[in-house]
Every structure is written in C-alpha cells, then in structure tokens.
Write a protein that binds this ligand. Structure first.
Ligand SMILES: Cc1cc2nc3c(=O)[nH]c(=O)nc-3n(C[C@H](O)[C@H](O)[C@H](O)COP(=O)(O)OP(=O)(O)OC[C@H]3O[C@@H](n4cnc5c(N)ncnc54)[C@H](O)[C@@H]3O)c2cc1C
Length: 398
C-alpha cells in the first residue's frame, strides 16, 4: 500500500495508540485534539492483561507498569450484612496468569503521549473537530483538510459517530486521592447497599515524576440526583459514605468541597459499522459502555492494534478496513453484551437486580468453572481478541 496520510481525530487512549503504531509502520500521522493542552479527564482505571499486551507492543508496557499498581482481585461486599458478593481473582485463570494494573489516567496518557511523539506523530492541539465531509476533516473554525484516511478517536461524544449518546441513569463521582492505609493494595474494593449505593477504592500507583501513591475513589450517583447533591453540604454526603464504609474516613478527609470530585456519566452504544465512506471509528467512538467490567481503555487499545495489523498486512485500503472491523467484531459484541447485563447488578434502583446479584450470581460465581470464566471475562480474554489480531500474549505474573 502507498504511504498513507492519516488524520486521527482525538488524542485519547485510542488516538494515541493508533498514532504510535501507524507512524511506526511508515504512515504520515497528524493527531487533532480540541484541548489546548491535551490531557486526560477523570481519575483512575484498570488496564486489563489484553490492554497491557497492546501497550507492550507499543513499547509503553514497562513504563506504565513502573507507574501503576498491580491488581490481583476485584472484591465487593453488600452492606449491612457484609456478605461478599464480588470476588474475582485473576489467578483463577492459572497460577502465572497476568493480572490487571490500576493506573492514574494521567500516567496512561503520559506514556502514550510520549510514545506517539517518540514515533514522530504530529500533534495539533486546540483543533475542535466537527465533521468529515467528502473525505475532508472539518474544524469548528470552518477550516478543513484532506487525508487518505480519517480515524475517529473522539470518544463517547464524537460528532463523527452521531454525538453524545443518551446517558445511563447512573454515573459516578470520582477523585484521585493520596493512598491511605486500611485498604487492600492489590485489589479494587467496593461496598454496596442494594444496587442504589456503591463506593469504591482502586489503587492507581503514581503519576510520572511523582512519588506519592494514589487511590481512585468513586461514589455511584444518578445524573438526575447531581443537582441535589451539589446543593447539599458535603458533610451530609460524607456521612452517607461513612455509614456505608467507615474505613473511607482518611480519603473523605481529603475532600473539602464538591469541586474536588468530578462527575462522570456513562453510556452504552455500539455503532453498526465502524467503517464508512467518510471515516472509520476506534475506541468509545465505535463502542462505549459503563465501566463496570473495566474494559473501555483495553478495547480502545485492541482496536488500535487491530487497525495497525490490518493496514500492515493488506495491500488495499478498503480490504484492510474490512479486516479491521472483522477482527474486532466478536470481542466487542461479547463485551457490550456482558457490560449491559452486569451494569444493573451494581448500579440501578432495582431491588430485584441486587437480590439476584447477592443470592444467585454470587453463590454461582464460586462454583467451578465460574471463577476462571469470570476472571477471563474481567481480563478481557473472552473471545480471544489477541489471537484474532494475531499477537502473542506476554506473561506478567499475578
Ligand atoms: C469513570 C470512568 C471509569 C472508567 N474505568 C475504566 C477502567 O477501569 N478500565 C478501562 O479499560 N476503561 C475504563 N473506562 C473507559 C475508558 O476511559 C474509555 O473507554 C477510554 O478512555 C476510551 O478511549 P478513547 O480514546 O476512545 O476516548 P477518550 O479517552 O475519551 O479520548 C477522546 C479524545 O478526543 C478529544 N475530543 C473529543 N471531542 C473532540 C472534538 N470535537 N474535537 C477534537 N478533539 C475532541 C478529547 O479531548 C479526548 O482527548 C472508564 C470510563 C469512565 C468514564
């Protein structure tokens, strides 16, 4: 294939990963982001083994592992009885099976940004993308530019994939706080009251250049309740959190006002075909889901790897894009379905979902082979996405 001139709209996980891989394969790559200084929003995430494998491929695996916190277990208790209703251990897939990595979004952004710049990608900030028309990328100031290929990596609210989807009823308040004792340093821990209330703590390691370890702290909140939350003194809300999980006190002490927390909305959408005449989609611009299964960034990284492989191995652009869509289709369908099924068990007003979670799903999840299957689901391995993309997993011990 001739040397392609590629525009990547969006400097997030998917965009930066695509830029690095495609630039290394010889394409001319320009990344556009609306932010004046591209930066991640929000707190921390879990990178799953499949996503870490892609970061290895990008050459950023060791850098992110040096910053993040290994996560061996996802653990949750339903209050007030204190019964364990979530206990997924990565090692259930085998003694040496790779585990997850809790990371600060800023740390992930930095290693991906460094990799993209290091590969020679051009980055243009302050460029608000509004459309693609007749093969031209159109910006808010009316300027447009022509490329051989436009990649939509604009995330969940991408104007190139139909704009913001309808939010799910529940989102969450998030904050990155200094790590405090009293929590498992190798686990995502959560406490629930039915599915209406949820508080969680995730170790996320540190930012590049910092020594302070951090935790991502989150509290489930309906977007329709956000205005009332903002209008209530923060101490009233802290009492509610303390009542559910008293050990969060040292984290709550770091929160002085409402603005110390960022509200994130979630949505669930997959656009039918990631490839159109005008552009092709990667990451949340193609498929977004609530983060209950912690897969979004991993899916974005897998999309980037699949696209790079397809462009590298096919001699015709249309065939390559078709191959990209084919490689990712099954894995995306499976995980969109799983996210859609699991989300109400952790975030909904329904007592039925909480009952099913506590008294049916939880006991069943302890009976073999469920622990290994659930661990593989969380690790992002169901549907064998890496095998489909033809990348051999590198081992990182749990
Ligand atoms: C609260 C929360 C917790 C999560 N937890 C996890 C987790 O534990 N594990 C996991 O794998 N995933 C998690 N996710 C999902 C994950 O963050 C996303 O799936 C992932 O960031 C998607 O990457 P992306 O590159 O597609 O989009 P984004 O990371 O959203 O990047 C989009 C980029 O496009 C830019 N942009 C947007 N609009 C425009 C425009 N019009 N013009 C120019 N630039 C624009 C933005 O500035 C941004 O840089 C979580 C998500 C949320 C909200």
């Amino acid at each position: 294939m001739k040397r392609l001139n590629i525009a990547i709209a969006g400097c997030g996980v998917a965009g930066l990963a695509c830029a690095t891989l495609l630039r290394r394969q010889g394409a001319n790559v320009v990344l556009f982001d609306k932010l004046e200084t591209p930066q991640p929003l929000g707190s921390g995430i879990i990178l799953q083994p499949v996503g870490l494998r892609v970061l290895d491929e990008i050459g950023a695996g060791d850098a992110i592992c040096a910053l993040g916190a290994p996560i061996k277990r996802l653990f949750g208790k339903a209050e007030p009885r204190g019964n364990v209703v979530l206990d997924v251990r990565y090692a259930a897939r085998g003694k040496n099976a790779p585990c997850g990595l809790g990371v600060h979004r800023g740390a992930l952004f930095q290693v991906l940004y460094d990799a993209a710049l290091g590969a020679g990608a051009e980055i243009e900030s302050g460029r608000d993308v509004v459309a693609v028309r007749d093969g031209r990328l159109v910006f808010a100031d009316g300027v447009s530019a022509s490329f051989d290929l436009v990649i939509d990596a604009l995330g969940m609210r991408s104007p190139l994939s139909g704009g913001a989807p309808k939010p799910l009823p529940f989102g969450a308040l998030w904050a990155s706080l200094d790590w405090a004792g009293g929590f498992d340093e190798t686990a995502l821990e959560q406490r629930y009251r039915q599915a209406r209330k949820m508080v969680g703590v995730l170790p996320i390691g540190r930012l590049k250049g910092a020594t302070q370890r951090q935790a991502a702290f989150f509290w489930s909140l309906k977007h329709t309740d956000r205005a009332a939350w903002l209008a209530t003194p923060i101490e009233v809300w802290k009492d509610e959190v303390r009542a559910l999980w008293p050990e969060t006190e040292p984290l709550l002490a770091q929160l002085g006002e409402h603005d110390d927390l960022v509200f994130a909305t979630y949505a669930h959408r997959t656009i039918g075909d990631p490839v159109s005449r005008e552009c092709m989609h990667v990451g949340d611009g193609w498929h977004c889901a609530s983060p209950q299964l912690g897969q979004g960034a991993n899916m974005a990284l897998l999309d980037a790897l699949a696209l790079a492989r397809a462009l590298d191995t096919q001699s015709n652009l249309d065939t390559a894009l078709g191959e990209y869509a084919r490689m990712r289709a099954l894995h995306i369908k499976l995980y969109q379905l799983a996210s859609w099924m699991f989300t109400p068990a952790y975030q909904s007003d329904s007592d039925t979902f909480a009952f099913v979670r506590d008294w049916i799903m939880s006991p069943l999840s302890r009976a073999p082979p469920a622990p290994a299957v659930l661990a593989a689901l969380v690790a992002g391995e169901i549907g064998a996405p890496l095998k489909t993309i033809d990348a051999r997993p590198r081992r990182r011990s749990a």
